[in-house]
Design a binder for this molecule. Sequence first.
Ligand code: NAD
Ligand code: DAU
Length: 426
Amino acid sequence: MRHHLIVLVSKFPPSSRMHLQQPWRPSTRDFFNYNRLVMLNRLGDPWIPGLQVFALGKERLLGVENTILVTGGAGFIGSNFILGWMEREDGRVVNLDKLTYAGNPRNLQRVFSNPRYTFVKGDIGDRKLVAESLLTHKPRAVLHFAAESHVDRSILGPDDFVRTNVHGTFSLLEEARAYWLKLNASDQESFRFLQVSTDEVYGSLGAHDSAFTELTAYAPNSPYSASKAAADHLVRAYHHTYQLPTLTTNCSNNYGPFQFPEKLIPLMILNARSGKPLPIYGDGKNLRDWLYVGDHCEALRTVLAGGQPGSTYNVGGWNEKTNLEIVETICSLLDEFCPKDPVVPHRNLINFVTDRPGHDRRYAIDARKIERDLQWHPRETFESGIRKTIFWCLENDEWTKEVTSGAYRQWMETQYAARDTRARAI
Ligand code: NAD
Ligand code: DAU
């Protein structure tokens, strides 16, 4: 890799106020090592050969490498993204992850020993670590997945959500900006900061409302969605004020391999297989749009490659389903694949419980912008995606056992034991 070097040249010895290092003349080797030697005398005129050169604080303009920095890459979507990226793209991937309960390095076992993969354990709020990681690895893009992501946890304990999602994103933006300012002009232009966000920032839709577009006003309802909305606003401001080349995606509910079994789909598969109740909040008629995680990752690659800096893109699967429909589909498929499970038919396990406080009734995504401008379309239907997901769960029993040992039990206890299981669908 080559750097730019700015030096000041002068006929005269520099004054003591200037931090003189050594009288210095660029050698042939220096010309080789640096892309461009910018040499000015004190008046700003170009260097005249033969003059003595005083290197007064060599300022290196960084040249980026074909590396991306992913935050939160040991979580559900981040690990799917890294695995998919490394199969398709060249260049290195640096994964900065704190490894909270939701981060599992085992998700990335396939790439552990690949020299193109580097893992950095740490917090996005640790500015020194973030700054060092950026300067050491010189990424051409930051893909920001790291977050506290579970709505129920945000209701029981919002602190971590504000800390990571708001303050962590702010710290990351500040360090990304400082790094970006050190890049040379062409690398500055091609650099991207991609904020991976959610459709929940738009709030809840009524039964007959049109789907969320990129112009829908933000109206977050849970501490989780409020913290993501705050982060999105900071990203927007960093583009508007500092011209940092940002991109934001707002995606609907994902499902697929490596999803932590606190979220609806993997939780229902796990409980159904072991004959435990399937807790459905309220009347089970809340609507979500569901997207297979592989399609989301493809959308992110597409936006990174062709998205307009400063823009946001809604990403969705055109798959609106009620929670009850989702659970019934899972139950029917499990009846087919696992007829010897402890309770069959699995739907006998369905159990309506007290609703989630502030539960958003409906989300729906209008994904026409990304389809029209960037030619991205989801590949999976819900029917194909859910079959893949169930197969993955059946083949990866060990993964589930590992992530549900220890602290998981404590969470299930706190989250579900207090819910009134006598609640009934209306
Ligand atoms: P996840 O909870 O599975 O993973 C989050 C990852 O971030 C974990 O690996 C965790 O260790 C890491 N992390 C948490 N705090 C951190 C910190 N302070 N510093 C560094 N790493 C930290 O989440 P997910 O479901 O994979 O979601 C990833 C992103 O996508 C989130 O930003 C989320 O808001 C967004 N999103 C998720 C969905 C969805 O359906 N899951 C949909 C749309 C958008
Ligand atoms: O819309 C995108 C969002 O989708 C992401 O930003 C979030 O990170 C992700 O967690 C998800 O949020 P939801 O709250 O929609 O997902 P969850 O899987 O927790 O719940 C889906 C629906 O199922 C929701 O209406 C609540 C309901 N539910 C959930 C659980 C865990 C139940 O009925 N019972 C349950 O036990």
